[in-house]
Design a protein around this ligand. Sequence first.
Ligand code: HEC
Length: 127
Amino acid sequence: MKKRHLLVPILFAVIYACGGQGNQENTDNNQTQSNTEAEVTQEHKGKELIAKSDCSACHADKSKLVGPSYTDIANRYDNTAENQKYLADKIVKGGSGVWGDVPMTPHPQLSESDLKEIVNYIFTLKN
Ligand code: HEC
């Protein structure tokens, strides 16, 4: 009986030591990343995806850069399924002519669910 009592804490110590070490590297590697990610995930997933893509080179939430601001985009369109599809399609294919002659580059790497989140986020900026 006495032996058993000793064995259990030792087992836990061993498991903890191994498990702890395995995770250690991960935690260290991700430290800076998970800090910024934690901040971003509190915001909209679409905003996170925008931050990971090249959108911010040409767009900002409120001010016009190379392209229109997301707020201006959101205000231009009604938040309907049809417009969501149109905007998602435009992000994938790029193009010009709606806001001016400057073209937007295509983004074929974005998945349908990413696009949904992004368009959804843009519509949260509608006033
Ligand atoms: C090279 C600069 C550039 C990049 C990078 C870029 N855009 Fe654009 N975007 C533009 C321009 C310019 C327009 C206006 C196009 C037009 O007039 O038809 C635009 C238009 C848009 C529109 C409105 C489309 C419409 O027809 O009203 C959305 C939505 C949009 N961009 C989202 C994004 C997202 C999301 C990303 C990143 C995945 C992105 N853009 C990356 C330049 C850019």
